[in-house]
Design a protein around this ligand. Sequence first.
Ligand code: SF4
Length: 488
Amino acid sequence: MPKHMPPAHPFDDDKLKEECGVFGVIGVTDAANFVALGLHALQHRGQEAGGIVSHDAEQGFNSVRRFGYVRDNFTRQSLMESLPGPLAIGHVRYSTAGSKGAAIRDVQPFFGEFSMGGAAIAHNGNITNAIALRKELIERGSIFQSSSDSECIIHLMARSLQRNIPERMEDALRRVEGAFSIVAMTRSKLIGVRDPLGVRPLVLGQVADGWVLSSETCALDIIGATYVREIEPGEMVVISEKHGVQSHYPFRRVPSRFCIFEHVYFSRPDSIIGGRSVYETRHQIGVELAREAPVDADLVCPVPDSGTPAAIGFSHESGIPYAMGIIRNQYMGRTFIEPTEQIRNMGVRLKLNVNRALIKGKRVILVDDSVVRGTTSRKIKEMILDAGAKEVHFRIASPPTAWPCFYGVDTPQREKLLAATMSEDEMRDHLQVDSLKFISLNGLYRAVGEAEGRNSKCPQYCDACFSGEYPVAPSDMIEQGFELKAAE
Ligand code: SF4
């Protein structure tokens, strides 16, 4: 990661991180302004860098790509005036583990010039055979400009013999494996694609006479767009001012496997997934957790902010009062979050503070969304005990994260995941808490609306980071020595 761009949180190391958000608009005046607002609403999906490409009949394609927050770059009038036109796409990103220290050339959207015109493309997710594809393309003469997966798609499109850009994209995507949502644009078309399993989200909205594609519905709200529907798994929509929305299905149809972690943590609580509010689902996760792992205590406190809806649900179901026992400092400036060793050691205390008056002498249930390395959980426990708590009980709104994600989420290597090397009891002892319980995978499925829980023969979601069952073989990683879970 570039030195001038710190991680979003000083304890970011201990959370899984969604790596990208995508947004596109067609059919409105100055579409780039809408895209900037949309990307601002998607900033939680990636804080390292952002980019916008627009097209205008007179000026052609224009692009701006910058490190830093959307609000620090795409609010300058002169910059926004350099992105005219009724069609624009944009991208926010958090770099993958392997590409920290990336250059501006890795910031999306990418642009390719073809004989039938230009195209820009941005994606959220990960192409799991990108290394093999890149090798093959380089051997056949392609010259790559970046280390990003998306560029493989541009080169595959360049080699296609199809007549137009959408057809070339279909051709290219049939060579690609993995989990991805794409927004792309030509001179006159906005294109959206979800991978065959629909692992990563993408929704369609309408604003005035125009159309919008977005990773999440919360970004439709910010521009006053109405939600139309989710792009279906395996669907490609080609949207033009002349023909509206046209659907194509370039892939073989397979049962969908949406990322269940979007419900737990990645998506904003004010977004809608599968017709249901993310907040409501997280609340229900707390309800399930209270049923599965009750404990006698005085207070239920969230680890802010993502643990909050589940903590409220836990409190409702258990009858134990809810309290803001930990307060988050919303105004952490960048000044303090240089990732030096000294500051890292202060880490959690810079961002979170314990509400001593509430905690003292109490038996406290702390509800968090996940435990990754466990480093943050341990520090929070120490803060709670320092504040005079009598007991600390952790309740976690996701099953143990024991496997890395290869589908566009930054996870530590498997051996760094606490749950990969320890049982639940060992983790409890390691964290030195009075009790530690995770929601079960079946409980999580019930909370997201699958009344029967997880269908083990045909799982309804991607849950690989919990189950170790990868719906798309991470072929590049296997090539590099990653060992899949042994069949049971
Ligand atoms: S492995 Fe986990 S984080 Fe990655 S897509 Fe699947 S459920 Fe989501």
